[in-house]
Design a protein around this ligand. Structure first.
Ligand code: FE2
Ligand code: FE2
Length: 278
């Protein structure tokens, strides 16, 4: 059994500063980390699918390092459009994959128990859009041929569209080229993405793509044509991707905050309710 947790879009800020004036993203991220620390069974690894920071400020990466190092498990980070690959590599050199990266992009693969995790970098300088790029695509093609374990591909920008126009306008520019490479690979089980700040499930190249909500603020669910770019505080959540021989890869969403329960389904067994007597 292998368990891969996924959090995304932490948008960390320098200590004491909120994001967009009202989103205390550092506090929200801390609550998500605490929830993960309490998760039983303990995940084998954590994937952070980008926008670790809000402005790629060294102080924001420092907050990220402190929070993520509380987790006693490998942490795989990929950059988002709010990060910057070079800044991230400099700020988090001890994190998996950072020192292996060639050129500007941060990309790497890791075996975690029964699955392979592949991290791709979609950061595109001076743009909110994403791009994988020829170099990473060639590397990905080779990796997928070399290792045919069930594979989870983590990247910030979702390769499929969502129907939320203002977010789709800052999507992945070379999704078609990515589709060509992954479509024939039956062992690609999931794309793990962020960027949309919403829980979304879609098909990409015949594979399941899951988008995790942010640990902080969420994008308003507005499917009207050209709806405005707004955020709210719908409940924060994360994913746990479970793999076993028996089940294959199963993706569960878990909420960060507490809620009523649990209650015993069978607490009332044997109780005769009014009207049930006859
Ligand atoms: Fe984000
Ligand atoms: Fe993003």
């Amino acid at each position: 059994m292998t368990l891969i947790a996924q959090i995304t879009d932490l948008h960390l800020r320098p200590r004491g500063l909120a994001c967009y004036r009202v989103s205390d993203t550092n506090m929200f991220a801390e609550r998500a980390i605490r929830s993960l620390q309490a998760f039983n069974p303990k995940p084998d690894a954590l994937v952070v699918t980008g926008d670790l920071t809000d402005r790629s400020d060294p102080r924001e990466y420092a907050v990220g390092r402190e929070l993520l190092s509380r987790l006693d498990m490998p942490v795989f980070v990929v950059p988002g459009n709010h990060d910057n690959s070079d800044d991230m590599r400099r700020a988090l050199p001890e994190f998996p994959g950072m020192s292996e990266s060639r050129s500007g992009k941060i990309y790497y693969a890791a075996d975690v128990g029964s699955v392979q995790v592949i991290a791709l970098d979609t950061f595109l300088p001076n743009s909110p859009c994403g791009e994988v790029g020829r170099e990473q695509l060639t590397w990905l093609d080779g990796k997928l041929r070399e290792n045919t374990k069930p594979t989870l591909i983590a990247l910030h920008h979702p390769p499929a569209l969502s129907g939320i126009t203002h977010m789709d306008n800052m999507g992945l520019l070379d999704a078609d080229a990515l589709a060509e490479i992954v479509a024939p690979c039956d062992h690609v089980e999931r794309f793990l993405c962020g960027h949309l700040h919403r829980p979304i499930i879609a098909n990409f190249a015949g594979k399941i793509m899951t988008l995790a909500p942010s640990t902080g603020h969420q994008v308003v669910l507005d499917l009207t044509e050209n709806g405005p770019a707004l955020f709210n505080f719908e409940p924060a959540a994360y994913f746990v991707h479970f793999h076993s021989e028996r089940t294959g890869v199963v993706s569960h969403m878990a909420y960060v905050e507490s809620y009523p329960g649990p209650y015993n389904f069978f607490a009332d067994e044997g109780v005769v309710w009014p009207g049930d007597e006859c």
